[in-house]
Each structure stands twice: as C-alpha cells, then as structure tokens.
Design a protein around this ligand. Structure first.
Ligand SMILES: [Zn+2]
Length: 425
C-alpha cells in the first residue's frame, strides 16, 4: 500500500531539510522525499500549509495500565497520543502491579500491539515493586525491550543500590530515566515553596528537593558511565547542572514539560488541585532558564509527564488532590504557541525536541526523521489553526489540565504510525 503526503513543509532534523516536499510511503517505510513525486498512491494526504514532521516521541507517559484502568488504559492513552501527534510513548512502570519483571514488560508490549494505535515502549522499575530495597530484574527487562529503567514517581534514595542499578543498566545497554526528588526533604509540600504557598496556606517544595538528586545522579552517571536522562526538570539549577555535565562529556540528557516552560506559580489563582504536579510549577526565573535551555539544546527533549486521574482526584484542594496533569493532547499545540510562535524555537528545533532527540536518547535509529528509509511515523501539523483547549474533546480518560479554556495556535491534522493514518482531525 502506497501513501503520498502532498505539498507540506517537510521539517526534518536528521537531514536538516526544511522545504515544501512530497513524501511517498510504502509498506510502512518512507520511500522518497522530493519536491514533486508523480507516482500513483492508494491514499493521498493534502498537507498544504502544514508542517510534515517526524512523529513525536514522548519519553514520559503514565498509561495506568495494568491496575489503574479507571484513570487510563493502553487503548485510551494510545488514542490520546495519536490525537497529539505522538507516535511513540514510553510508559512509566508505576502501575499496579509495578512493572519489574520481563514477563510484565512482555505483557504490556503484547497488549499494546493489540489495542494501541501508537508504539508503546514499556519502561521497567529500578527496584522490585518500587520499594527502593531490592533491584528488579533489570537484565530480563532489557531483553524484553525495555529501553530504560525508571523509578518514576520517586527517587531511589539508597545511592549504593542505585549505583548498582546504573552499572546493570550500562551492562545491558539501556538508559536510566531519573525522577529527581529527595523524599526526605519534601516535608509534606504540595506546591512550590514561595510567597504564593504562604498566601494559600500550603506547604512548599523547595528547588533543592530536585537539585540535590540531579547533582547526585549526574555524579553517579559520571562514575558508572550509564546513559542518564533527567525527567521533568523544573528548576534553573537543574539546567546549569545539565550544562556542566555536557561540558564534561557525560551521556546526560534532560526533558522539560510544557507546564514547566509555560506556567509559573503565579498562575495558581486559588487552591485548585488541577495545578498540582510533581515537580511543582516554579518561579519566573526557573521558567526563563528552562526556555533558554530548550533554545540552546542543553535541554534537548520535550515530554509531557502525561498523568491522567479521575475527576474527583483532581477537582479538589491541593492537599487532597493527586499529583499530575494530562499532556499528550496539548503538548504540540502548547509548544508551538509558546515556543515557536513566540520565536524561542524554530520549527526545526520543535521537531528536534519532540522527536529527533527523544529517538536518539532511546537509541531508535529508524525514527525521529522524515527521510528515505525511515519508519513512516509522521505528523502533519497545521501551524495556523487556532482553537480552544477543551478537555471534553480528549480521547484520554484524564481531563485534568490547567490549560482548559486556553486559546492555542497549531493543531495536529494527521498522525501516521507505520505509514497508516491513526488520527485525522
Ligand atoms: Zn516523575
């Protein structure tokens, strides 16, 4: 089966091509990218006025499956991804049960193939049941296709044990994705430690809660040589430390989520649980540093930390609410509106941060590029389409977002996975 994407602006970070081109796909692979392709195709997609980018790769997603299917499933999460132009997602292992064995990884991969329209890469936990005491079957999970291990939701506080996990990850050729939070320093905090928290009478989480672990993890990566990826960075000092690690030629990468590069603690107007996430929304100077880091490439990936919850778990006060917001269906529009349209990133850099760099971090050599021979995971994105974010439209079971009612610019028009249209606006 041949598919032809006609007349779109191909933005490809791998070949650095940025020009109006046709893209010909056959049997799931990109056959040709050229100014005018005359070949007949069974399906023709009109991409006039749109970007044709490599499908987005979201390194940080909570699919809640198995065990918490009332929040999300492999199917609803997969459909949400497709709506957001995301063609590959990394599923975090903090499900019920925790994904900590080869068999559990294989189970998710098998079920995802049946029900998810997008590629799902299950990540494995660092410790058994995320108990922080005993290492999970890292070798077995790596063999089952885990491209990284992560204790996301918490940090492994025992540095000795964590170092052992890093050595094993390195031996098995996989990365460590780090959630950086010193649990002994949280002290019941629910939002950023600042004037606003005092005003609202809420306990604060200081920047050091994150920074202490960022520093530790970089030092451990330096000693073990493991590939370290820092999740959902929210502080200015995390950017400084990632920059230092890169100057030191360490294999350290970092991601930033849209809520952290758009919102500050000042956007929290009342004690509304929909603004509760971990790490929390920070100060203006943190947001500015994160944006600069994304611009310079120190922070090379944009991920969502998509964290769906039931309505009653979020529509309540900060103290009662669960941590996290959904992001799969709003990430591309928010990135375009707040980074590209405002001149912070070029469209090419958007494709780099959302697809090419994540593919590199995972070691996926056939993804992250719209060029000959690559797997045809592609997003057709209309940069001129304006719309208002309405959670009622989400495919995700989670409707919890602080961006409800926000007007954005740029919308996904088509998402293709393996050359097949899995979403059409
Ligand atoms: Zn996390």
């Amino acid at each position: 089966m041949k598919v032809l994407i006609q007349g779109g602006r191909v933005v490809d970070p791998h070949t650095k091509k940025d020009q109006v081109c046709d893209v010909l796909i056959e049997d799931g692979k990109i056959l040709d990218v050229a100014e005018k392709i005359l070949e007949e195709a069974e399906q023709v997609i009109n991409a006039k006025g749109c970007f044709v980018m490599p499908g987005f790769i979201d390194l940080h997603v909570h699919l809640r499956d198995p065990g918490l299917e009332y929040k999300e499933t492999l199917e609803t999460g997969g459909r949400a991804a497709a709506r957001g132009g995301v063609t590959t997602i990394c599923a975090m292992p903090n499900t019920k049960p925790v994904i900590d064995t080869k068999e559990k990884v294989e189970d998710v991969h098998r079920r995802a193939k049946e029900v998810s329209p997008v590629n799902v890469i299950q990540l494995g936990a660092v410790t058994v049941g995320q108990n922080g005491k005993e290492l999970a079957d890292i070798e077995g999970m790596a063999k089952a296709g885990c491209m990284a291990i992560s204790e996301d939701g918490k940090s492994v506080m025992d540095s000795g044990l964590y170092r052992k996990a890093m050595r094993l990850a390195k031996e098995n050729g996989i990365a460590v994705f780090a959630h950086c939070e010193d649990i002994n320093m949280v002290e019941g905090g629910v939002m950023n430690a600042d004037k606003k928290a005092k005003e609202l009478g809420l306990r604060g989480i200081s920047n050091a809660v994150e920074d202490v672990i960022v520093a530790r993890d970089i030092l451990l990566a330096k000693e073990t040589g493991v590939k370290l990826h820092l999740c959902h960075c929210s502080t200015k000092d995390s950017v400084t430390m990632v920059e230092m690690a890169k100057k030191d030629h360490l294999e350290v990468s970092a991601e930033v989520c849209p809520h952290h590069f758009i919102l500050t603690t000042d956007d929290i107007k009342s004690d509304d649980g929909n603004f509760k996430m971990n790490p929390p929304l920070r100060a203006k100077e943190d947001v500015e540093m994160l944006r600069e880091g994304l611009k310079s490439g120190i922070m090379e990936a944009i991920s969502t930390d998509h964290a769906p919850h039931a309505a009653e778990e979020k529509n309540c006060s900060f103290t009662k609410a669960a941590f996290g917001i959904v992001g799969l269906e709003t990430s591309a529009s928010l990135t375009y509106t707040y980074l590209v349209d405002k001149g912070i990133l070029t469209p090419m850099q958007m494709a780099e941060r959302m697809s090419y760099a994540p593919a590199k971090i995972l070691g996926l050599s056939d993804k992250g590029s719209v060029s000959r021979g690559m797997t045809a995971d592609i997003v057709v994105f209309d940069p001129d389409k304006e719309y208002v974010i309405d959670p009622a439209d989400f495919a995700s079971k989670g409707k919890n977002t602080p961006f409800a009612g926000w007007k954005v610019k740029g919308k996904v028009k088509y998402t293709l996975v393996n050359g097949k249209v899995v979403y059409e606006a």
